[in-house]
Write a protein of this length. Structure first.
Length: 454
């Protein structure tokens, strides 16, 4: 183990400098979704748009279920870096990297029952199911690369290498968008072309990310242990801790996905046009959410380093300063959606019925974005601290609240009731995490932090 380096002064400008590449990287993800939706919205039909909505939701469910490969990697890597244990930094990456490659192959092998079962469960029409299945079977070829990429990006976040993360995400999403426009728009391959373009981009980005991370870890290799610390990778105690954290995060993610899956299912029951409208609006939510996640990603690394160094004041400063910036950003985004959402909907589709239904729900979208900032920030705190059991419990509580409210609210007020229940879903998660945060602060020592300023 090497000595723990002194933490640099924590200021708002330091957080902004670390956050802006992550914000751009994260914002490129929903921008890709907007490009996909716009291509299909202008060159396809309502069936194509509905199939893309359900097919993308299936990948969100499958991939986000393994989101622990990114989140747990960030927490463990940041804590090891904060403690000055460079060999453990490398081991904390290699464990999920190997796991991600294996899980990706498993997803590819199970593609047929996954697609058949999902579209039957969602009660999609024959045309939507057939188109959605074609999209899934094209995109699933990228599964091993996509899941390995989670671990690689998690390491970049945990090490505070936000500009390298930006380069990887811009390559992934820029290439993906270009291929989708060409394959689905120019060649008129529809949803299948969208899936194929995504798979090609995922493999390209995975290779580049692996090379970047390899170079970064080589530069940091100042310890006496082998560069590939296989003994540490197989250490039973660390492996059990990793698997336990992964299991908690997976259950937490499944709860969140179940909530959004129920949202889509209830939207489907309101008609194909409502399903398509809600999909468009979720693209706007995703844009805002990934934007806010830029600050949450920064707090993951800062909190992880503070926990690794057992420094309570460093944790408090990281949470306070990043949350102030995130809240200001949420206010701006909510105002943009409230005042300019009509124009954004018009850019995404020219289908008249879908436009009318989407514009009617824009106030709910703005409220969701404004109130969601607390949940995103607290998620970042608990990911960095690897307090995964608390995240799991909060997700279960919020899902229970959503399930209890969604059906009666939708029955009473239609799509307005459904969106109101979704707002409750994200607020309940933050409220459930707050008591755990106080316990986290008390668990750390009182090491002083560097002075904070603007």
């Amino acid at each position: 183990m090497t000595s723990v380096p002194a933490a640099p002064p924590l200021t708002r400008m330091a957080i902004v400098r670390q956050a802006w590449p992550i914000i751009l990287a994260n914002a490129s993800v929903p921008l890709l979704g907007l490009v996909d939706t716009a291509v299909i919205g202008h060159f396809g039909s309502t069936v194509d748009l509905g199939a893309l909505a359900l097919g993308a939701l299936l990948f969100n469910f499958v991939y986000w279920s393994f989101g622990f490969l990114r989140m747990a990697t960030t927490g463990f890597v940041a804590q090891a870096a904060g403690a000055g244990d460079e060999a453990e930094v490398r081991a904390a990456l290699l464990r999920p990297l190997l796991m991600g490659a294996v899980l990706g192959v498993a997803v590819w092998l199970l593609q047929w029952p996954l697609a058949a079962g999902y579209f039957a469960l969602m009660d999609a029409g024959d045309a939507v199911a057939a188109t959605g299945t074609a999209y899934f079977r094209a995109r699933v070829w990228g599964a091993p690369a996509a899941l390995a990429l989670y671990a690689l990006c998690g390491a970049l976040v945990g090490l505070g290498r936000s500009r390298a993360l930006l380069a990887v995400q811009l390559l992934l999403n820029g290439l993906n968008a270009a291929l989708d426009v060409y394959l689905a728009g120019v060649l008129e391959m529809g949803a299948y072309g969208i899936g194929l373009g995504t798979a090609i981009a995922e493999w390209s980005a995975c290779v580049i990310a692996a090379l970047l991370v390899w170079r970064i870890l080589r530069e940091r290799h100042a310890d006496t242990e082998p560069f590939l610390p296989w003994t540490r990778i197989g250490d039973r105690a660390r492996l059990r801790r990793t698997l336990a954290a992964n299991g908690d995060i997976m259950l937490r993610t499944l709860c969140l996905l179940a909530g959004f899956g129920l949202f889509a299912r209830l939207g489907t029951a309101l008609g194909a046009a409502t399903l398509a409208a809600n999909h468009l609006l979720l693209q706007l939510v995703s844009f805002s959410a990934f934007f806010l996640d830029g600050f949450a990603f920064v707090v993951e690394a800062l909190v992880g380093a503070a926990v690794g160094a057992n420094a309570r004041e460093r944790l408090r400063q990281a949470v306070r300063l990043s949350s102030e910036l995130a809240l200001a950003t949420a206010v701006l985004l909510a105002g943009l959606l409230w005042l300019g959402g009509d124009a954004l909907v018009g850019l995404l589709t020219s289908l008249p019925e879908v436009v009318v239904l989407a514009r009617a729900q824009l106030p709910w979208v703005a409220v969701y974005v404004l109130l969601s900032v607390a949940a995103f920030q607290l998620d970042g705190v608990f990911i960095g601290a690897t307090r995964t059991r608390e995240m799991r419990n909060a997700a279960m509580a919020s899902l229970t609240a959503f399930v209890l409210c969604a059906w009666p609210a939708t029955a009473a007020w239609g799509n307005h009731g459904l969106w109101a229940a979704l707002v409750l879903f994200v607020v309940a998660r933050a409220l459930a995490l707050l008591p755990y945060y106080r316990a986290l602060e008390r668990s750390l020592g009182g090491k002083p932090a560097a002075s904070a300023s603007c």
